[in-house]
Design a protein around this ligand. Sequence first.
Ligand code: NAD
Length: 373
Amino acid sequence: MNRSRREFLQKLTMSSMVLPIVSTYTPQWYGPLHTDVQGPVLRVALMGLGGYAQRVADAMKDCKRAKVTGLVSGTPAKLKEWGSKYNVPERNRYSYETFDDIKNNPDIDAVYVITPNALHHDNVIRAARAGKHVICEKPMAVSVQEGQEMVDACAAAGVQLLIGYRMRFEPNTLEIVNRRNAGEFGKINFFQGQCGFKIGDPNQWRLNKELAGGGALFDIGIYAINGTRYMVGEEPVWVTAQETKTDPTKFKEGVDETIQFQLGFASGAVASCLSTYNMNYLDRFYLNGDKGFAELWPSTGYGPIKGRTHQQPLNHPHIAHQTIQMDEMAAIILDGKKPVLPVDGTTGLQDLKIIEAIYRACATGARQELKLV
Ligand code: NAD
């Protein structure tokens, strides 16, 4: 037995030993436990063989319902190396020039777009026109208009569009969502989301507006935006925001370094969030209601995610988020499963509407009204 499997089983055993002591809750909604996944397999072509695609490909080795069967890259050497590493035959390897031929490939059901943000729009639309379901990394696009065009193109092609919101399948996160839905925290009053890190290499695409769409907000602040929505359980109706830039050389025009934003909800709840590329140790969610609270810290990193409520710690064993995500996405695409939290194109588009409103609020200083539903 390899080490990670042994650690997983140890954690599982420890967790099942402590569960009856710390929790009296029926665990029917704990989310995917990843032990009894059955059904046909979703055959996925990965597009953009960079850092995150590597993590996805490795995590997919443990999937029960999803498998890497295709590759798309502009670098022939990568196609060769990944092809042999992940057992993808030459006939299923594409360049960006040959990619449209994927429509004739019966070995591929879906394309997972993992390229820089500004390329998502064209790549998703090409995949949809080739008749393949599409999974697209966050942020789904760099503008609302682009996002809408992607949703429309997938609908017109009759394919599904899902966004790689891995936290929407994470078991500790889902436990909080379900406890909130069951009324354990009472009326929700407040959420705080802190998301950020100190970004390194000033020449990377994440600091180039042309490829990234913006700065920290599109990349890491989006976790606070998306998290606010699933933690509060409501769509925001207004936003205010303030931008701070301490290093205009590294963070050029249109590339945000730090933004604080506040969201308001029809219920009266409010949220206060921080998005930054220039501070470390920021990965924390805190939800407050009139009967209790929940905390996730770390809340959106690759895990293990740690959390607690006013009553108990959360103890779900760590499984790679991308493994759970891809098995769940297979069930959504192949079985029509309805996830606890949606991950469809409309959900991604709502984040883009909030992002654009935050930038408008920074530029004008004025509160922006939101109409998401
Ligand atoms: P990366 O730089 O490591 O990889 C990007 C890949 O795209 C590279 O292989 C690069 O060669 C390729 N590419 C294709 N066309 C390109 C072009 N014109 N310019 C530059 N690169 C080009 O980046 P990454 O960290 O893998 O991020 C890719 C996407 O995944 C982004 O949208 C990012 O937001 C998302 N992401 C999501 C998560 C998550 O947890 N869900 C984590 C990291 C990244």
